[in-house]
Design a protein around this ligand. Structure first.
Ligand code: C5P
Length: 218
């Protein structure tokens, strides 16, 4: 049985990839499945929270009891996240946000030209860093870090640089966990603790992560 550790709390989660349009028919994106974020949303409901799920395009059903807000681009996700964060007790950035978007979105389908095509990209806003930088009504802010080497160093760097309260680090160089998988292993870093969670199904892992967050809330 799951304890209602988050009764009365509001949890907002970003999940899935973002999709950055190049023209009316093309986009840049990534292989994020959204599974971890959706599992966290379901775990939040199980623990009694009110849950908002800001989701990029994924092929997953909305967990029962979750309010889902569909977005495509990083800029749309940023806008929804900043709108919901101040009324949230906890914000979890689980989305694989595209770091860059096209400088200009062509109004018409781009035509084939020569053998090379150069795209100009511009940086997207860092959604979780902007949430963590809120000066009023700042939620407890939790990020994810997918790393292929020096996992602890890079994850702790992001914890500090983005001013997060907790970061959940994934070693994505290991087969069978992380991106697109049904299983994952994580190490949770906060400013005063480190907790390793062994490889397990994402739904069980999500409950462990939400429980770890709940114990940090005052
Ligand atoms: O810097 P990096 O992309 O590895 O950081 C990952 C964390 O930051 C995740 O929690 C991700 O959801 C969040 N992020 C974000 N906005 C971005 C890039 C990453 O919220 N533009």
């Amino acid at each position: 049985t799951v304890q209602p550790l988050l009764a009365g709390k509001t949890l907002t989660i970003t999940a899935g990839p973002t999709r950055e349009a190049l023209d009316p028919v093309r986009y840049i994106s990534n292989h994020s499945s959204g599974k971890m974020g959706y599992a966290l949303a379901a775990a939040g409901v199980a623990m009694g929270a009110t849950v908002n799920l800001i989701s990029g395009p994924v092929n997953l059903p909305t967990p029962v009891g979750v309010t889902r807000i569909n977005v495509q681009s990083a800029q749309q996700m940023h806008q929804q996240a900043l709108a919901l964060a101040p009324s949230s007790d906890i914000f979890i950035g689980c989305a694989a946000v595209a770091d860059y978007r096209a400088a200009d979105i062509a109004e018409q389908k781009m035509k084939k030209q020569g053998d090379e095509l150069t795209l100009t990209l511009v940086k997207n806003p860092d959604i979780i860093a902007d949430v963590a930088a809120l000066s009023e009504n700042r939620p407890f802010t939790v990020g994810f870090a997918a790393e292929t080497q020096d996992v602890a160093t890079y994850a702790q760097g992001k914890l500090k640089n983005k001013k997060l309260d907790m970061i959940c680090a994934n070693d994505v160089s290991v087969q069978g966990q992380g991106f697109n998988s049904d299983n994952n292993a994580l190490t949770l870093f906060s400013h005063d603790s480190t907790q390793s969670i062994a490889l397990m199904k994402k739904d069980k892992l999500a409950l462990t992560v939400i429980e770890a967050i709940a114990t940090k809330l005052v």
